[in-house]
Design a protein around this ligand. Structure first.
Ligand code: PEP
Ligand code: MN
Length: 338
């Protein structure tokens, strides 16, 4: 359920409404808007008697939320969320945000070389994995803490904001200290106890769609994070598993407008993990921006043939530069900038 306060409602009236909600054994989530405040209610297992709430002073409307996901829904918040990252990056605004970097951080030299190139080409965030969720236990698992030190250096020396994946509680704590965005990978989208912990961290979260998650399952995963208090969630379509075997995953282009119509959260596209090979990355990136993606996360490597993970899908820096140029033109065609 959603309480909409009237424009003139005072802070005291908003707090009084929250208190009534708490007394009903439910949880209020205050959502200040441009012209009025709304209060989302969660924790009910059945219908709530709205009459009690309608009588509270300052309440204009009480709306039933029909979807199983509440806090992430557009019913609860009609205005789109803009997630602020670092000092001056906004994800979910008019600007299409470009995140780029290697799949894995391999050495300070590798990271810096790539960071300088992607920054020059227009990326505003640098990505690089320190903790890698690999299919094989014998594959490179990431540099761990050493990788985070590299990430810190990239941040300091280039001024780029950074994004890296947390795979468990231990890495989450470490990453929350150094990374501007905490990435939660496709494999962890179903890890609900972990998502709750992520929800208690005060950092923007990039939550990737699970390998075979329906849209409802995906939005429910985001709901786990928001329900614990962290509203700075950015979604990311990275391709799902289908019978198509010409690409690593099948990029679900239709999910982008579907997300925007159901949720106020911003959504990025990861064309790299969808394509699985570098020739497939550019067309998916262009299509994603045309279909409403709020940004891209792209794997780039200075020597992809030597990469310790995902070399085949990593763009050469020159290719990435070309991609940003073309993406800018698609963005301009739909009234956005890069
Ligand atoms: C990655 O970004 O390198 C990654 C492992 O992505 P995903 O979780 O989408 O597979
Ligand atoms: Mn990767």
């Amino acid at each position: 359920m959603l309480i909409v306060m009237n424009r003139q409602a005072s802070e005291a009236q908003i707090e009084a409404a929250c208190e009534v909600v708490r007394n009903l054994g439910l949880t209020p989530h205050t959502m200040p808007g441009a012209s009025r405040t709304a209060i989302g209610i969660t924790g009910n297992t059945g219908p709530i008697d709205s009459a009690v709430i309608e009588e509270i002073e300052g309440v204009q409307d009480v709306i039933r939320v029909t979807k199983p996901y509440k806090l992430v829904s557009r019913e609860m918040q009609p205005d789109r969320t803009v997630v602020e990252v670092g000092k001056n990056i906004e994800i979910g605004g008019n600007k299409v945000v470009v995140i780029a970097g290697p799949c894995s951080l391999e050495s300070p030299e590798q990271a810096m070389a790539i960071a300088h190139r992607v920054q020059a080409a227009g990326a505003v965030l640098f990505r690089g994995g320190a903790y890698k969720p690999r299919t094989s236990p014998y594959s490179f698992q990431g540099l761990g803490q050493e990788g985070l030190e590299i990430l810190k250096t990239v941040r300091e020396e280039t001024g780029l904001a950074v994004c890296t994946e947390a795979v468990d509680e231990e890495s989450l704590e470490r990453i929350a200290e150094v990374s501007d965005i905490i990435q939660i990978g496709a494999r962890n989208m179903y890890n609900y106890s972990f998502l709750k912990k992520v929800g208690r961290v005060n950092r923007p979260v990039l939550l990737k769609r699970g390998l075979s998650a329906t849209l409802e399952e995906y939005l429910m995963a985001a709901e786990y994070v928001l329900s614990e208090g962290n509203r700075q969630v950015i979604l990311c379509e990275r391709g799902i598993r289908t019978f198509s075997d010409h690409s690593r995953n099948t990029f679900d282009i239709g999910v982008l407008p579907a997300i925007h119509s159901r949720s106020h959260l911003p959504v990025l596209a990861d064309p790299s993990h969808a394509a699985g090979h570098r020739e497939g990355v550019l067309p998916l990136a262009l299509a994603a921006v045309a279909a409403g993606a709020d940004g891209l996360i792209v794997e780039v490597h200075n020597r992809p043939e030597e990469a310790l993970s995902d070399g085949a899908q990593s763009l050469y820096p020159d290719q990435f530069e070309g991609l940003v140029g073309q993406v800018s033109r698609v963005a301009a065609a739909i009234g956005r900038t890069v």
